[in-house]
Design a protein around this ligand. Sequence first.
Ligand SMILES: C[S@@+](CC[C@H](N)C(=O)[O-])C[C@H]1O[C@@H](n2cnc3c(N)ncnc32)[C@H](O)[C@@H]1O
Length: 260
Amino acid sequence: MSTDEYTLFTGKVKELINVDLSGYKEKQMRRRIESLMNRRGYQSFLAYYNLLASDRQALNEFMDRITINVSEFFRNVERWQVLEQRILPQILEQKNDNSLRIWSAACSTGEEPYSLAMLLKTSFPGIRYKILATDIDSVVMQRAQAAVYPIAQITQIPQRFRQQHIVERSGTFEIAADVRQTVEFRQHNLLADPYPSAIDLIVCRNVLIYFTDDIKDRLYRQFAASLTMGGVLFVGSTEQIFRPHEYGFRILDSFFYQRI
Ligand SMILES: C[S@@+](CC[C@H](N)C(=O)[O-])C[C@H]1O[C@@H](n2cnc3c(N)ncnc32)[C@H](O)[C@@H]1O
């Protein structure tokens, strides 16, 4: 399939759903889309586009495939220990009002913002905070807001958080209401929408890997602008930023970058 046809396809998809696929690494993205097309018996991007434009279910399936929604509570748990023991105390020390504005960007089904909320409630009881949780995909955000997870996922949550913050049902568990209340969900496209401002901690993990270097470059600058001085960007464990100084960051710890 020619690159031209793929380029034409990405342009049309952008018009249809305002998602700019040209910002995502082409090889990976094409492989995902082509496997979907094959499953449905399509060989041409343009014929497949016509299906997407006319069939809501095919469009949902497409959205689902291109966004990759896998998530976990306390993903890479040792990084969350560093967040708790080192990064958050440091951010709070430089603030004098004991309040935090946190943004969980590309939050998928909610495991990440709820991990933040449980950790803050347990380990930083005296502070005021708000967690903004965003994702491009409205379907996963609905699941995040429902806050009900299969029981198999419970082992991802450290024992000390489970007692107070989890309500077990048969086969599922629910995040307790007082934890849910600290998280506000909003749909947001990292490539197209304005970023919130005066954020103390941005958690944006396991999505930057899908973007091209040019897009990452732009996003790092936008994250830096979104943070307060001394604020921190927490990225995924395969998403090290090369030359952080170019974006106004310094390394605080592996995968934690402080705005300077
Ligand atoms: C692999 S999940 C990461 C979830 C979570 N941050 C974690 O690390 O467990 C990637 C998420 O990025 C979202 N995403 C993809 N492109 C996006 C974009 N342009 N703007 C906002 N979110 C996006 C997807 O919908 C998906 O939920």
